[in-house]
Design a protein around this ligand. Structure first.
Ligand SMILES: NC(=O)c1ccc[n+]([C@@H]2O[C@H](COP(=O)([O-])OP(=O)(O)OC[C@H]3O[C@@H](n4cnc5c(N)ncnc54)[C@H](O)[C@@H]3O)[C@@H](O)[C@H]2O)c1
Length: 277
């Protein structure tokens, strides 16, 4: 069900790669809620062509931008403001990539060249996007920016590797820029810490299926789906959450505050009995 929460609002959505992407689901939801959109992704991702299907569905232009390239970002904001005929109300940053994970390098044996690139794409890019918008005065008062994070920013999940550090930095940038943009023109900036979700980036994490099944059993409500995440993003872009800023918001069915569940204890007891037998 849609509520027209975003009627009259204009937003840029970064990171829709295919129909599993959190950004893809969010673009669909924002469109249903009445928003006008511009879609963007890296030139190499656009070459796959999938995003054009989404663009048709949500009647949005697609503008290429590598999030590590300041020229691209400037052109993106110029293009979006031209398209909308004015400033932007919301932005979804749904971008992440780990070169060390891709190259099977463990956390204790990182390649620092890859590491710099990972941090730039997955975290500093949020600063680049915000700085571009800040300097161009591209966001309306009470605008809202959301970036997607993961609980490995706070707790150790070994297979998440260098992305844990990237997410910690991403959340810190949201907090700090949230201060400056809030003071300047009441723009709010938050991160959503989402449950493991089977997407291209998600599946890149080693043993993803086990990881996701564990989180499912450890969450009183179960894992939050991509569509649940899309709905939460829409509320944060809406006027109903005007005073929420500089927060990392857990969207994980209760995982983050659960010590252990009966389902996990039963599973461990079952395995233990099988070992004894
Ligand atoms: N899937 C999960 O389990 C999960 C959980 C929590 C948070 N997240 C976060 O959600 C966000 C979206 O990931 P997803 O799971 O939807 O996967 P996804 O693979 O669909 O999206 C990642 C996007 O990042 C884009 N990207 C990579 N390098 C880029 C660059 N240089 N410039 C511009 N775009 C670039 C990719 O093209 C892709 O569209 C990421 O930040 C991810 O870390 C995912």
């Amino acid at each position: 069900m849609a509520y027209q929460l975003l009627k009259g609002k204009k937003g840029i959505i970064f990171g829709a790669l295919d129909d599993k992407s959190l950004a893809w689901r969010t673009a669909l939801r924002c469109y249903e809620e009445g928003a006008a959109l511009v879609l963007t992704n890296a030139p190499v991702a656009l070459r796959l062509g999938e995003i054009n299907k989404l663009a048709l569905n949500v009647k949005a232009p697609v503008i290429a931008a590598d999030v590590t390239n300041m020229e691209d970002l400037k052109k993106l904001f110029e293009g979006a403001m031209n398209h909308f005929g004015g400033k932007i109300d919301f932005i979804l940053h749904s971008v992440g990539m780990s070169l060390n994970i891709r190259k099977n390098k463990p956390y204790t044996g990182l390649d620092y060249g890859f590491n710099q690139k990972t941090l730039d794409i997955s975290a500093v890019s949020l600063h680049r996007v915000l700085q571009t918008a800040y300097e161009m005065d591209a966001i309306n008062e009470w605008g809202s920016v959301v970036a997607l994070s993961y609980i490995a920013a706070q707790r150790v999940f070994p297979d998440y590797n260098e992305m844990s550090d990237a997410k910690a930095l991403l959340e810190s940038i949201a907090r700090n820029f949230g201060y400056y943009f809030g003071v300047k023109n009441k723009v709010r900036i938050n991160t959503i810490s989402q449950s493991p979700t089977k997407t291209t980036a998600g599946s890149g994490v080693k043993s993803f299926d086990g990881f996701q099944a564990y989180a499912e059993k450890m969450s009183p409500l179960g894992n939050a789906s991509a569509d649940d995440c899309a709905g939460y993003c829409a509320t944060l872009f809406s006027d109903l959450t005007r005073m929420v800023t500089m927060q990392n918001l857990f969207h994980d069915g209760g995982f983050s505050f659960t010590g252990v569940t009966e389902a996990i204890i039963l599973e461990i007891e079952k395995n233990h009995e099988e070992i004894i037998k």
